[in-house]
Design a protein around this ligand. Structure first.
Ligand code: NAD
Length: 485
């Protein structure tokens, strides 16, 4: 049985609370659409505040036993979850395509990447190490231990419905926390499928609860106001992240924020242009441009700008667009009508301000929410498109003359998530990487994500890091014990 069929009963699926599958208390549902044709895929129960508090109760009741489960056992459950995800990666990928729209090869990449978080944290679960020191005055020992922070609320976006969930669930489980995952309303099916796989892997009832809800603000506020909730880990837009931080502040809830980006992609005159174009295609087009670390602004040295733009436009123009499950398709639709409309408006306004459309520029005449891969050249430095998280297959190219100017342009944004630098001079690459105000920099690489690396942003791109040991530390509290003997 496919993962989708296993979830659905007569086209409907339920909330996952305390190991059970329950309808929303008021019967509300979300219609999940296939963005390649706008058709309804499933009706998913949409949790109320009451359901959210039931999920908090389930997580709270499961908390002590899960925290006391030996780390090795928690790690082995995560390992089984990794193996189940890997065995069912093709099915999971199809489900991701159906509700999110990305092309199948991208979805397979996401399923594999998502599973890797379970493998990484299956190994980290046994590495929760404290410290022991003699106090400088010699009067006591300073013992520091790390304990699970407690019931955690995880809120994820639609763009990577599997990976953004496993990047939180993996470290939370490894740390010994129980949780309520609220997936994005556009893509709740993948999260519910993950809950089934985790159940099969041996995660006890109540440890991972999944609560899709159309009433995100209300449900999140109800959970954060509950004193049993000790952590919120959010991935999504800067705007919603800021609102959640306010709510978390009201109740002093520990908060991790992975927010929006506006990544600069710098190509210096000493770069290998062909390799920069390959990197640009990955950094821009991974996930159809709907990635927080997607290259959003291309700054290219005037000496190589024409050559770069020519090759980049040719590569973008050759991308095969269509429904994600169709063979050979590399670019699926964007997530919904609003996203498609926004792209049309952004490109239109930029062209109106003097940019040249080197390729693409339109939403093609076909059902679904498609947008052509687009390169804009001669973009002026004050163009509003450079301040906007584009979130689609549109690439504005701006020229620069000097390294100082390139750094200033790169830093001219409120965001600070990722940046990309292409140069054959490693000293320059490292110098520029240090000067750029972001949490992550790729030097001569368009793909940087890795569960073994610290992922996160500075400025308005967020607080905290996911992945590596920092990802688990986010779900641990440090306790200091002063001991005399
Ligand atoms: P979004 O902020 O609209 O939604 C994210 C999640 O928050 C969803 O589950 C949504 O239902 C929920 N939500 C919406 N309003 C809420 C509220 N008032 N209170 C609590 N929860 C609420 O973002 P999106 O459109 O789903 O995702 C795209 C955004 O996510 C982009 O800005 C992208 O850069 C960002 N993102 C960041 C990272 C990262 O690691 N930094 C990764 C992926 C996506």
């Amino acid at each position: 049985m496919s993962l989708l069929d296993a979830l659905l009963r007569d086209g409907h699926t339920r909330l996952h609370i305390g190991g059970d599958w329950l309808a929303a208390s008021d019967g509300a549902e979300i219609e999940v659409l296939d963005p390649s044709n706008g058709r309804v895929l499933a009706a998913v129960s949409s949790g109320s505040s009451e359901d959210a508090l039931d999920a908090v109760t389930a997580a709270h009741e499961a908390g002590d036993a899960w925290a006391a489960t030996p780390p090795r056992e928690r790690g082995e459950i995560l390992r089984r979850a990794f193996e189940l995800m890997r065995a069912r990666a093709d099915e999971l990928a199809e489900l991701i395509v159906l509700e999110m729209g990305k092309a199948l090869p991208e979805a397979k990449g996401e399923a594999t990447y998502a599973a890797e978080f379970f493998r990484w944290y299956s190994e980290e679960a046994v590495r929760n190490e404290g410290t022991l020191a003699t106090a400088p005055g010699g009067d006591k020992r300073i013992i520091a231990i790390h304990q699970p922070v407690g019931v955690s609320v995880l809120i994820t976006p639609w763009n990577f419905p599997a990976a953004m969930a496993t990047r939180k669930i993996g470290p939370a489980l490894a740390a010994g926390c129980t949780m309520i995952l609220k997936p994005a309303s556009d893509t709740p099916l993948t999260a519910l499928a993950l809950a089934k796989l985790l159940q099969e892997a041996g995660v006890p009832p109540g440890v991972v609860n999944v609560l899709p809800s159309r009433r995100s603000g209300e449900v999140a506020a109800a959970m954060l106001a509950d004193p049993r909730v000790r952590k919120v880990s959010f991935t999504g837009s800067t705007e919603v992240g800021a609102r959640l931080l306010h709510t978390a502040a009201d109740h002093i809830v520990n908060a991790s924020m992975e927010l929006g980006g506006n990544a600069p992609f710098l190509v210096f005159d000493d770069a290998d242009v062909e390799s920069a174009v390959d990197g640009a295609m990955i950094a821009k087009m991974r996930n159809g441009g709907q990635s927080c670390i997607a290259a959003n602004r291309f700054f290219v040295h005037a000496a190589v700008a024409d050559e770069f733009s020519r090759q980049f436009s040719a590569a973008m123009g050759a991308v095969k667009t269509g429904p994600g499950l169709e063979p050979g398709v590399e670019l699926g639709p964007v997530i919904n009508l609003a996203a498609q409309t926004e792209l049309r408006e952004l490109v239109g306004a930029s062209a109106g301000a003097g940019s040249r459309i080197a390729t693409g520029g339109n939403a093609p005449e076909r059902p679904g929410f498609f947008f052509e891969p687009t390169v804009l050249t001669d973009v002026v430095k004050g163009d509003p498109i450079l301040r906007h998280e584009i979130f689609g297959p549109v690439a504005p190219v701006v020229t620069f003359e000097s390294e100082e100017e390139a750094i200033a342009l790169a830093n001219d944004t409120v965001h600070g998530l990722a940046a990309y630098v292409y140069t054959e001079d490693l000293a320059r690459g490292l110098r520029v990487a240090e000067a750029i105000e972001t949490g992550m920099v790729g030097i001569n690489r368009g793909l940087i994500s890795d569960p073994a690396a610290p992922f996160g942003g500075v400025k308005e791109s967020g607080l905290g890091r996911e992945g590596r040991r920092e990802g688990m530390a986010a779900f641990l509290e440090t306790k200091y014990i002063a001991a005399g003997w």
